[in-house]
Design a binder for this molecule. Structure first.
Ligand code: MV4
Length: 508
């Protein structure tokens, strides 16, 4: 087992990994930039090293500097957290080359999953169901036209080097294909330095469901249940839960087995997540694989009773998975609220500043993974995630009740946060009924953005949402970003849903 681990990250995830190190008797080494000198991860770690200016490119993304700190501190391994260098194959390889263990998959596995076309080709060989479309780069407009005609419109053009919502173009009809292809190509070139694009059938109003896997370096691989991540906005997840209200035991087993097949096809080791799009009829398709520990890993920890960070560290140190698939048990229900420093009254824009008062909830079934403390100033330079409030209970209803109770106890003074959003979601009858898809949050926000454009004709959802909004928050004079796209036609037809979706995609 390692004696010392460097955590190449900041915020709540750095604190999370430092805690795991402490529990395992491993010395933790934090790194920090100019604006993180007083951050919680620096205070909690055993050692801390300065790595550069606030700009991530000069600190948390500075491979040479981080490897130098590892060498100077005597750390044998690096945990990358999520974001920053966590999915950077060059960094994973540079660690190997410096004799430092990267706690995550190999550079080769990361590279395969980094290219969406390579991943699709590999999954095609392995018999994994993926969204219909091409698994090779589109060579010409003629080819695009033929494939699109065969699979049927709407279709989606995606950058091979993209992922997570970047570099996508929705095409509703053949007339728009040529210009969309041009635009997608140049956007891909600009964003990723790679103009390769491919084409997929567009799944209308899908659910985003992902499967957690763990593989050791001896070739064992298990699945640990799904997470429903449909509640997101502009490709930013807001609330995740497990189990998914859609998934029954048979679907879970099938999805789990396919996720393991994906992992095996990539010779995948350590923790990973296989993303699927699912329709409401429970058909699901491989979308992409995330080669890192994810923000929402705690919901899986709560329903399985496993500590994913402990397991990541043990796997990286060469240990075998300490359990088999048959020994994995899923129990209860968990839900995570991502608490961001953002202003609900101003388009959920980041809202950094000094935290003057902090009352964090606790009590039965509540876990609070946080990177903040009272008196600390949230810097503007990084992702505005402050903390995650995770609820756990015997069933979904108890979990919702516990989270609503915890939200009542939660107070952050001095800065704006999105805490009020979770009260609205958790009280929403559609959410409570588990009626989710990736358009859910845009609809909820659009409905409550202003009374003038509220849906005509007695939409139950609208009435309840508007009522809640009136109770919880003053009516904002301006509407939220996506809400204005709905125009006058707000009666919940799929046409405006598609419009809102398309608008969201372009800005994402
Ligand atoms: C799609 C799709 C519909 N059809 N692909 C967005 C993030 C990226 N990982 C893939 N995304 C999508 N790909 C096809 N063929 C809809 C989305 C999508 C989405 C996916 C997951 C979670 C939220 C989403 C919000 C909008 C669109």
């Amino acid at each position: 087992m390692f004696k010392k681990i460097l955590i190449a990250n900041r915020g709540e995830i750095a604190v999370r990994v430092i805690r795991a190190c402490r529990e395992l008797g491993i010395t933790s080494v934090a790194v920090y930039s100019d604006v993180d000198r007083a951050s919680l991860h620096v205070r909690k770690a055993d050692e801390a090293y300065y790595i550069g200016p606030a700009a991530a490119s000069e600190s948390y993304l500075n491979i040479a500097e981080i490897l130098d700190v590892a060498r100077r501190s005597g750390a044998e391994a690096i945990h990358p957290g999520y974001g920053f260098l966590s999915e950077n194959a060059k960094f994973a390889q540079a660690c190997v080359d410096s004799g430092i263990k990267f706690i995550g998959p190999t550079a080769a596995a990361m590279e395969m999953m980094g290219s969406k076309t390579r991943a699709r080709q590999r999954m095609e060989q392995a018999g994994v169901p993926f969204v219909p479309g091409t698994s090779r780069a589109l060579e010409s407009f003629d080819e695009a036209e033929q494939v699109a005609a065969r699979i049927g419109y709407p279709v989606m053009l995606k950058a091979a080097a993209g992922g997570g919502g970047k570099g996508m173009r929705l095409v509703g009809s053949p007339d728009d294909l040529e210009s969309a292809l041009e635009a997608a190509r140049s956007e891909a070139q600009r964003s990723f330095g790679d103009s390769e694009v491919y084409l997929e059938k567009y799944i209308v109003n899908p659910r985003h469901i992902e499967m957690q896997i763990l593989g050791d370096e001896q070739g064992n691989c298990v699945w640990l249940g799904e997470r429903e991540c449909s509640i997101q906005r502009r490709h930013q997840k807001v609330l995740e839960e497990s189990p998914s209200p859609l998934v029954d035991p048979d679907m879970r087993r099938r999805m789990g087995e396919i996720a393991v097949r994906v992992a095996r096809a990539a010779d995948y080791t350590n923790a990973g997540t296989v993303e699927f799009l699912s329709d409401q009829e429970k058909n699901f398709y491989f979308l992409e694989m995330n080669t890192r520990l994810q923000v929402e890993h705690p919901v899986t920890e709560l329903i399985t009773g496993l500590d994913l960070v402990h397991l990541q560290i043990r796997i990286a140190s060469g240990e075998k998975l300490p359990f088999t698939q048959e020994q994995v048990q899923i129990r209860g229900h968990a839900m995570e609220c991502r608490i961001y420093a953002e202003d609900p009254d101003n388009h959920y824009f980041p809202s950094p500043g000094k935290i003057t008062l902090l009352l964090a909830p606790s009590g039965p079934g509540i876990r609070h993974d946080s990177g903040i403390y009272e008196g600390w100033t949230v810097p503007i330079d990084y992702d505005p995630l402050l903390a995650k409030l995770i609820g756990y209970g015997t069933d979904r209803k108890q979990t919702i009740g516990r989270l609503l109770r915890a939200l009542n106890e939660y107070f952050v003074g001095g800065i704006k946060t999105n805490l009020s959003l979770f009260r609205r979601i958790l009280n929403d009858p559609d959410f409570q009924a588990g009626n989710l898809d990736t358009g859910y949050l845009d609809r909820l926000l659009a409905l409550s953005a202003g009374t003038a454009s509220a849906p005509a004709g007695g939409s139950e959802i609208a009435a309840v949402a508007a009522g809640l909004f009136a109770v919880l928050e003053p009516i904002a004079p301006s509407s939220h970003g996506t809400s204005s796209h709905g125009g006058g036609d707000r009666n919940g037809t799929s046409s405006w849903k598609r419009t809102a979706r398309a608008e969201g995609l372009r800005s994402g």
